[in-house]
Design a binder for this molecule. Sequence first.
Ligand code: NI
Length: 182
Amino acid sequence: MTVREIITPPNPILREKAQPVTNFDDPKFQTLLDDMVETMLDAPGVGLAAPQVAVSQRVIVVKLSDDEESKKEYGSDAGVLHIVINPEITRTSREKVDGMEACLSIPGFYGNVQRHTAVIVQGQDRSGEPVRIKARNWLARVFQHEIDHLDGILFIDRATEIWKQVEPDEVDDETGSESRSE
Ligand code: NI
């Protein structure tokens, strides 16, 4: 497995509509999946879409942390690795919620984005078998963010407010202000 480079704007691949996967037996495709997982964990991040590693295919990987704090917060969603091919959101809750997002392709920024509280994601696993995932709360947010990447949409397009992360050495001692990153 290999950690791949995560691309950033203005690389146009981030803005393309990614292509559906049809050939699950291709060894290069299976390697892509393993590399995406390794790249996400190395970053570290909780989700990654194939366009972020410059591959315009409809593939996402998602894994919420599984440390003690995360287990309390996410329950049984903590630490579960999801590899979803050709994912689609087939149902959404009417209820939406605001939350802080960041993106490995937009380093140094975070923003407030309104997302559905719960979604149902349908797609295929790495062997092409159908999968259906009921996601709520933080997991639902991550799926919506990653699936957006497959349509060339970045969280900064949806954010109602965007902040630049302040580096520790940039913190103004006069005000003591600092930023919080998620
Ligand atoms: Ni992202």
